[in-house]
Every structure is written in C-alpha cells, then in structure tokens.
Design a protein around this ligand. Structure first.
Ligand SMILES: Cc1ncc(COP(=O)(O)O)c(C=O)c1O
Length: 355
C-alpha cells in the first residue's frame, strides 16, 4: 500500500498466474503449457530474425505485425483487416474490455471461467453478471438472454474443459445481435469447433485465439482476435493508445513460422489429445470424477480426498497442478496434459496418495 497509488489500484484484486517453480525438473501440469516444443521451423525463424550479431534488434518491430497477420488471415480464410495481433491473448482480451465491452448494461460471463475476466472488468470499470454453469459444469446458452452489454466465454471453457458445439455458439449470437459476443478459443485446437467461420455472418462476433497452447509458444506471448473489420479497428485504436509495438521481432517471426508447419501443429495436438483421453480413464479408475475435456487439461475431483491437500502433497513431490480456492470448484484440481511420462508420474503419485 502506498499513498502514491492511484485510487483504482487500492480496489484491484490482481490475477495470480500459476506458479513457475525454480526447480531443475518439476513436473509442471499447472499452467496448461504444451509439453512439446514448437516446430523446428519456429526455432530457425527466430535464429534468422536474430541474425549473426543481433543487429536487427536495434530497430523497432513492425507495429502492425502485418506479415504475421497476413499469414494468419490466410490460414483462417480471412482478410488481414479481420485480424488483430497482441501480446498474448490476455492483452487481446484486455483491449476487448476497453474497446468493446464497456457499455451501460453489464456483460455476461460464466461463474466458473477464466479468472482473468473479473480482473479486467475491475481494471476497466466494466460491470458484469456471472451466469451459473449448470450442475455438470455445462453452459446453457438460454441463460444468456438477459439484457447485457456483451457476452464473453471461452470455448472450451476453462478451467472445466467443457466445449459448446458451434450450433450453440450460433444460438448465442442470434440471441445477442446488438452486443459484442466474444469467444475465447485458447484451447479450441484440442477438440472444440472454432467459430471463425461465422465471422462473415455475424458482425458482432469476436474470436480470440493464442499461440500459447496448441502452438507451444507461451513464452513468446502472441495472441489474436478475429472479427469484423470494425471490431478489429476498435481494438487497434486501443492498442495504439497503449503500446504501438506489443509484438517484438522474435515473437512475430516465431508465430509466423508456426503457421507454416501445419503437420507439426496437428501432430502435437493429436499427442496431447491421446494423453488426455488416457489420463481421463486412469483418473476415473482411481475414483476421480473427471469433467469431459476438449482442452489440454482435465478438471477432476475425488469424492474422498480434499483437493487442496492433494495439490500440496503433489507439490511436495515436485508435481505442480492448479487448485482454485473458489466457490463450487474448491474440491477440483485442474491438471494440464504433459508428456506420457509426466502423465504417468502424476497418476502414479495420485495412486500412492489416495491408496
Ligand atoms: C481461457 C484462456 N484465455 C486466455 C488465456 C491467455 O493466454 P495467453 O495470454 O498466453 O495467450 C488463457 C491462459 O491460460 C486461458 O486459459
């Protein structure tokens, strides 16, 4: 606390990211990172951008990330004006709050969802109503009919991993034609249907994606928004009032190269999905209730074992999972999918802990 703080700083409850332990070989299943490295083409592109002596770094990067946006637009069958790039999808979401979600009526998002949403709402003074997921943690789009200033939800949802079919996203869009509907597709590549193809039909749809999960680039901080050119212009106006150069040279080169290696991307997603399905079965065999996941993590609870205690006991074995001390989910663990060896170590440790 400081008397030099702006008033708003006193009111903030900042987001707490998952722990990045300072250990030599932790089994890190707590922040939904990809267990596989990015494509070798990404590594080559970063080296190329850096050059022999790093002289390229003297110069600012392209403030518009034009080459990257063009490549990603082509990948999704969009025009470059329909693509926004930011420093991680967190930044893209933050700009969406400022550019698109601040209206008279409160925005709607699920009660159990990405815990950064209420943080941005507080920072930008956006009122919100949290809409309860149903008992099995599914989103019922009928619950999003109340007058609102916008709708925001991840598909698949986090931390539950549950996906909504595209037909339900379309119902949501039809129900809310006069407000922005933002679909956060951070985990879409692991088993949900993207809403990108609906963009030309619904001018109020903004789809947010990231290279952090399926493209193994969490350390590069590159996220996107796709939508009608007018929505993208709104985001760009906020970006250029905040930081003109959110993506550095290496990040732009790395992200672009990842879109040039579709085979690597597909193989990496397929391996994660296979491990997820195997881990789901193994956890169920240990007595866990596991929410059906379309993401690169599972959300599980054991009827006889306290989740916080399990998380602490796993941590003592240098296995990190995520536990949220929040209403309705304080008995759940969110476990990211690691390599087969990491998943096996997690299952073996849980077997030992729960007997
Ligand atoms: C639902 C969801 N959206 C967005 C993000 C942000 O990802 P990034 O800023 O790395 O793109 C995350 C990260 O965990 C997430 O879970």
């Amino acid at each position: 606390m400081s008397r030099f703080w702006s008033d708003i700083v006193h009111t903030l409850t900042p987001y707490v990211p998952g722990e990045q332990p300072a250990l030599a070989h932790p089994i890190k299943l707590n922040t939904n990172e990809n267990p596989y490295p990015p494509s070798p083409r990404v590594v080559e592109a970063v080296r190329r951008e850096l050059g022999e002596d790093g002289a390229t770094l003297r110069k600012y990067p392209d403030p518009t990330a034009r080459a990257l946006r063009e490549a990603v637009a082509k990948h999704h069958g969009l025009r470059v004006e329909q693509v926004f790039a930011g420093n991680g999808s967190d930044e893209v979401l933050a700009h969406a709050f400022a550019a698109l979600l601040k209206h008279e009526a409160p925005i709607l998002f699920p009660d159990i969802t990405y815990s950064f949403y209420p943080v941005y709402a507080q920072l930008y003074g956006v009122e919100y109503r949290a809409i309860a997921l149903n008992a099995d943690f599914a989103i019922d789009v009928d619950d999003y009919r109340a007058p609102n200033g916008g709708v925001l939800l991840p598909n698949p949802n986090a931390p539950t991993g549950r996906a909504l079919p595209l037909s339900e996203i379309e119902v949501l869009l039809k129900q809310n034609p006069d407000v922005p509907v933002i679909i956060d597709e951070a985990y879409v590549d692991f088993g949900a249907e993207s809403a990108v193809n609906l963009i030309d039909t619904y001018p109020n749809l903004l789809v947010v994606q990231t290279t952090s999960k399926a493209r193994s680039l969490a350390g590069m901080r590159v996220g996107f928004a796709f939508g009608d050119a007018a929505l993208i212009e709104g985001l760009t106006r906020v970006k250029d009032s905040f930081n003109s150069y959110p993506l550095d040279r290496l990040a732009q080169a790395a992200a672009l190269a990842s879109y040039e290696d579709q085979a690597w991307f597909e193989e990496s997603c397929a391996k994660v999905v296979e491990s997820r399905d195997r881990m789901t079965a193994q956890l169920r065999a240990l007595g866990f209730d596991v929410v059906p996941s379309a993401a690169n993590f599972v959300f599980a609870k054991h009827p006889a074992h306290d989740a916080a205690t399990l998380a602490a006991a796993l941590k003592a074995k240098e296995i990190f999972v995520r536990h949220f001390k929040l209403p309705r989910i304080d008995q759940h663990l969110r476990i990211s999918i690691g390599t087969p060896a990491e998943c096996d170590a997690l299952v073996a440790a849980l077997k030992e802990l729960i007997g």
